[in-house]
Design a protein around this ligand. Structure first.
Ligand code: FES
Length: 103
C-alpha cells in the first residue's frame, strides 16, 4: 500500500537542483525544476548504482556524475547511452513547506 512520506522542505532543494533522501534502506533523489515544480526518482543511477544527487541538473535533466548518463527526472526516461533503463519516478505533493513523496 503506497503512503506519503515527508522527504524535505521546499527550502531544502534549490530550483534546478537535486538532493538525496534516504528512507528505510532506500535512497531517492528529490528535484526542483527551474519552474519551481518538485519531482522524485530513485536515487541511484540505473547504470551502475551511483547516487544521482551528486550529479548535475540541467533544466529537466539529471546527469549522472560517473559516466554522464542522462535522465529526464520528470518521467524517468533514460535519454541515451550508457543509460538504457528508465528511472522509477514517484508522485510528489507539497503541503505547506513540506515536500512529500508517495512510496
Ligand atoms: S553510473 Fe550512471 S551513467 Fe554510469
Amino acid at each position: 500500500m503506497p503512503s506519503w512520506i515527508r522527504a524535505c522542505t521546499t527550502d531544502d532543494v534549490e530550483p534546478e537542483d537535486v538532493i538525496r533522501f534516504d528512507h528505510e534502506g532506500r535512497t531517492f533523489a528529490i528535484y526542483q525544476s527551474p519552474e519551481g515544480e518538485f519531482f522524485a526518482t530513485d536515487g541511484l543511477c540505473t547504470h551502475e548504482k551511483i547516487h544521482l544527487a551528486d550529479g548535475l541538473v540541467m533544466d529537466n535533466v539529471i546527469e549522472c556524475p560517473k559516466h554522464n548518463g542522462r535522465f529526464d527526472y520528470r518521467d524517468g526516461e533514460a535519454l541515451g547511452a550508457p543509460v538504457c533503463v528508465n528511472l522509477t519516478t514517484y508522485k510528489v505533493k507539497v503541503e505547506g513547506d513540506d515536500v512529500l513523496i508517495e512510496i
